[in-house]
Structures are given as structure tokens and as C-alpha cells.
Design a binder for this molecule. Structure first.
Ligand code: SF4
Ligand code: SF3
Length: 537
């Protein structure tokens, strides 16, 4: 075995990737990512010692350097975010240099700087301890990704960041048993809610509340830049810098919901969404013909005969060898002039579809429609909501989610967020009294919005338990942000959440049993009609 990774839904044989990642991650990259995760935990262990001993340290307290470094580092290790060994090594060096400053403080105060060495998933021998440590680590990886997007807009949650530091430190501590780690996993859910709420606040404060929007899925005649990933600040900078340059800006995959924000509607060259979920990029970036900007996951390694690789750029936590990385400048801005020059030399996109898709049903917009929605539920026109947010993935078994959406009774409404939506958002499933049967709230982080909507419905219908609402969960998951979303839902009191296409490989039988017994978490059968019938009873 040259590597071991089981952090995503595509883990080989539903157990783990041991030779090379199904995602394309090679063993050397896997090794560096394991090292980076460990060095971050070690940094947190040292910082926790500093805090416990009441030592004032310039990297502790209100200085955001510590939070920025931790979040950026963990974001780099999320599935499909960064395959660039040079970038990962540079980040390891950065973390080690921060450790050095904290170590100096400890040494000066005569405190031991010994830290347990636990590199890689298999460093925990007990499978339940391993499972819980990884469950928490992945939840915090997702929090780090969301926290990083919020930080780009100047928003931080000090309490959540303190939790991240103390918790990552505890993951190196052998004295924590299964019960303590289970408690910590549930507490990770609490702070997952905080961080998702923070990003919601950051996005809506900066760009306004999403509104119902029809998004063009055809093409225009100018050469284009396609922007993917999740970072709205990067998009804003790109839109500003491409104004009046004869270049059109298109979104791909998780950047689609940017069209729903009022602040981006003023740019006439922000023309539409091209293509589908992340895994289709290997074909869709070929026919797009223009330049590509990755602002976060998901990057798919281009095929050897790819013609688009040389037109790709990365920024933020994203990276891929051979794709040009555009760093943040000292002024806090990213200079996109190079990608703009490349785009100008490109052909316009080849049209792959025509028409429009509708979205923008985040909490504020849905509250504005509350009377219509509540009326439809009371009259029986809407009988059931199906929360189908989450991630998409390339495996054929995910056709189940399309079949599921198609097979739902006509009085059912799908609430979605994340790239999972591409399995059914172009099906034309119609509406119920003007309310579309697929309500897209936004990116995967906006699953927070779906939870807020559900909690509001609980209030309106005067229920004492959110689980008494007519809501069924059928979540498609793929990477670690989905773990954050799941832990957040559990913290908010939601039960009976069904996860597919498979349950996480990192859940040991005992840990899975705890989740099933406590929260009635379930899997899918793979037969859409059978699951609809089963969950209706
Ligand atoms: Fe395998 Fe997923 Fe890890 Fe990639 S991220 S190596 S596919 S488990
Ligand atoms: Fe998708 Fe990668 Fe998770 Fe943000 S873009 S949901 S998988």
C-alpha cells in the first residue's frame, strides 16, 4: 500500500484508495496532503499549549494569520482542490514556520514542545477511533473551505476558529476515547452551522440576497472565460477586470448560483452558465474553447490529449501542476491580466445546449414566497418536500438521483443546493401553482438556507419538532463539505437523513451504528421508485 485515503464517496471499492486516487491523486500528493494535515494539527497542539498556559503569543488571539493558515491548509487537502505538490510543500513550510514561532514562546516559558507524531489516516490503530478522528477532520476541512470563502470577504467567526484549533489539537491526543470523540463530532456540527451561517452572512451582506433568476445556458459570440469553484470574491474581481474587454464570463458547476445575487446582475458580460457538474469539465472545457479559472474544488485531471489544459488558471486553494496559479496580491486583489490575455486569443464557446434554468430560492426569497408555499401545503397541493442537496459525482450509480426526481409524485417539491442539482435541474419538472418543483437555493453551503427554510416552516406550522414536517432527505454526497453539511443538519435536530449513493467508507461499523441508532441516518437502495414508496410510509 503506497497511500491510504478514504475521505470521499469515490474511495476505491468503498474502502479506500491505496495505489492512486480514483480522483487522480497520486501517492506523492497523498503523502504531502497527509503531512500537511498533520502539521496543521501539530500547530494547533502547540497553540493550545500556549493558550492553556496563558502565554501571550502574536499568533494567538485576534490575529487572523492563524485562522487563515489553518483554513487555507485544510482547504488544499479537500478532494479535487489541489494536486500541485510544489504548492502543498510550500504550505507545509508555512505551517512549520508558524509552529516555530509558537515553539519559541513555549521554550522561553520552560514548557515541553513534544507533540505526538500521527501522520496519515492509518496512524490510528483502533478503527473506531480512526473513524471518529477522520469524521471530525473532514467536518473541519469543510468548515475551513467555507470559512476561507467568508474570510475572503472579511468575515471571521472567532469562536468557531478557536473550536477548530482546540479540536484539531485533541485529534493528536490518545486519551480521548470513543465517547469523547463522538461528543466532539457532534460539537463539530454546532460550529459547522456557525460557519455556514457566517458564509451566508458574508455572501448576502456583500452581494445581496439571492433572488429568483433565469440563467441562460446557451452561448454568446465573444470569446469567454469560464469560472468554476465556489469563491464569489474571485468572481467579482474577474467581472470588474474584464469589463469592456470583449470577453464574456460564464459560470460552471458550483459557480452557477452566482447569477442569483443582485450585485452581479449589473455586469452585461456575465452571460450565463455553460455545462453541468464538475466531473463533466473534461468534455465541456474542450468545447468551451476559452480560458478557465478554478477558484476551488473540483478539478479533474485533464486527459493526456486535452486541448484546454494550457488555458487553465487556478487561484485560492486550488492548484494543478502545469496550470498557472494566480496569487492574491499584496493589495488583497488578484491580477487577472494574464487569463484575460489568453481569453482574447480564444475562439468563442461551442453551443452545447440552449434555454434557461431557474434558481435563487435561498431563505430570503423563499420567505418572500411564504404565503404561497404555506398555502400550497395547507391546501394539499404540495404534499412533500424532498431535500436533495449535496454533491454530484461521476459514477453511473448517481443516475439514481435523476430517476428519483423523475419518479416523484407531482405534488412533491425538490429543495436543492450544491452541484447535486445537475442531476435534475434541466428536466423541466414543472411547477405547483407557480412554485417550481425544483427550488435551487445555491451552492452546497446554501444547504444552510434549506435548513433555515425548514426551521421557518416548523415555526409557521407550530410544530414542536422539525422532523414532523413533510420533508424527506435524500442527499447525494461526495467530498468533505458534505460531511460538514451533514454534521450541521444533525446539530439542528434533523433526523432520518438518507445519504447516497453509498455511506462513507470512513464510518466504521460501530460509528455508523451510533449514527443510525441516534439519528436514523439511512442509505439509498439504488431503486428510486422503491425508495419513494419506502420513505412515504
Ligand atoms: Fe480516493 Fe477520494 Fe481520497 Fe481521491 S479523495 S484518493 S478518490 S478517497
Ligand atoms: Fe460539488 Fe465538487 Fe461537492 Fe460544493 S463542486 S458541491 S462536489
Amino acid at each position: 500500500m503506497s497511500m491510504f485515503c478514504f475521505q470521499c464517496q469515490e474511495a476505491a471499492h468503498c474502502t479506500g484508495c491505496t495505489i492512486q486516487g480514483v480522483c487522480g491523486k497520486k501517492e506523492d500528493t497523498a503523502g504531502l496532503q497527509d503531512k500537511l494535515v498533520y502539521e496543521v494539527k501539530k500547530l494547533c497542539y502547540l497553540v493550545t499549549k500556549v493558550r492553556k498556559n496563558g502565554i501571550v503569543c502574536d499568533r494567538d488571539s485576534k490575529d487572523n494569520t492563524l485562522a487563515d493558515t489553518i483554513m487555507h491548509s485544510l482547504f488544499i487537502t479537500i478532494t479535487n482542490a489541489n494536486f500541485d505538490n510544489t504548492a502543498i510543500q510550500a504550505q507545509i513550510n508555512e505551517v512549520i514556520s508558524l509552529q516555530g514561532r509558537v515553539t519559541q514562546k513555549l521554550v522561553a516559558n520552560g514548557i515541553s514542545v513534544e507533540v505526538p507524531v500521527k501522520v496519515g489516516v492509518l496512524s490510528a490503530e483502533n478503527e473506531d477511533v480512526r473513524s471518529l478522528r477522520e469524521l471530525i477532520t473532514y467536518g473541519i476541512k469543510g468548515m475551513s473551505a467555507y470559512g476561507r470563502h467568508a474570510a475572503n470577504l472579511g468575515f471571521y467567526d472567532d469562536e468557531a476558529n478557536m473550536f477548530i484549533v482546540s479540536t484539531l489539537a485533541k485529534l493528536l491526543d490518545d486519551s480521548l476515547d470513543g465517547a469523547a470523540l463522538t461528543g466532539l463530532a457532534l460539537e463539530t456540527g454546532k460550529y459547522s452551522v456557525s460557519i455556514m451561517a457566517l458564509l451566508d452572512k458574508a455572501n448576502t451582506t456583500t452581494y445581496g440576497h439571492p433572488v429568483i433568476t433565469k440563467v441562460n445556458i446557451g452561448v454568446k459570440t465573444n470569446p469567454g472565460i469560464i469560472i468554476t469553484g465556489h469563491d464569489l470574491k474571485d468572481l467579482e474581481e474577474l467581472l470588474i477586470q474584464t469589463q469592456g474587454k470583449g470577453i464574456d464570463i460564464y459560470t460552471h458547476s458550483e459557480m452557477l448560483p452566482a447569477h442569483y445575487y443582485p450585485a452581479f446582475k449589473k455586469y452585461p458580460h456575465f452571460v450565463g452558465n455553460y455545462g453541468n457538474a464538475w466531473w463533466k469539465q473534461v468534455d465541456e472545457f474542450e468545447s468551451f474553447k476559452g480560458a478557465v479559472l478554478f477558484t476551488s474544488n473540483c478539478i479533474v485531471p485533464p486527459r493526456p490529449n486535452s486541448t484546454y489544459k494550457n488555458r487553465c488558471f487556478t487561484t485560492g486553494s486550488a492548484g494543478f501542476p502545469g496550470m498557472k496559479y494566480i496569487p492574491m496580491g499584496a493589495n488583497g486583489k488578484i491580477d487577472f491580466s494574464e487569463i484575460i490575455s489568453v481569453a482574447k486569443t480564444c475562439q468563442p464557446p461551442v453551443e452545447i445546449e440552449k434555454g434557461e434554468i431557474i434558481g435563487g430560492f435561498a431563505h430570503n426569497q423563499v420567505f418572500a414566497l411564504a404565503d404561497a408555499v404555506v398555502g400550497a401545503v395547507k391546501s394539499g397541493a404540495i404534499k412533500q418536500f424532498y431535500v436533495m442537496g449535496g454533491c454530484d459525482g461521476r459514477h453511473k450509480e448517481r443516475e439514481y438521483f435523476t430517476e428519483f426526481a423523475k419518479a416523484l409524485p407531482l405534488d412533491a417539491v425538490i429543495l436543492t443546493a450544491g452541484c447535486a442539482k445537475y442531476r435534475y435541474n434541466k428536466l423541466n419538472l414543472g411547477d405547483i401553482g407557480g412554485i417550481p418543483r425544483v427550488l435551487d437555493a445555491g451552492q452546497c453551503n446554501d444547504c444552510y438556507s434549506l435548513a433555515v427554510i425548514a426551521l421557518k416552516l416548523k415555526e409557521v406550522f407550530e410544530l414542536d419538532d422539525v422532523n414532523k414536517l413533510p420533508i424527506t432527505f435524500n442527499i447525494g454526497w461526495y467530498e468533505q463539505k458534505a460531511v460538514t453539511v451533514l454534521l450541521a443538519l444533525l446539530h439542528l435536530g434533523f433526523k432520518n437523513v438518507n445519504l447516497g449513493p453509498t455511506l462513507p467508507a470512513f464510518l466504521s461499523p460501530n460509528v455508523a451504528k451510533v449514527l443510525i441508532d441516534t439519528f436514523n441516518i439511512g442509505g439509498i437502495s439504488g431503486d428510486a421508485k422503491a425508495d419513494i414508496a419506502r420513505w412515504a410510509n
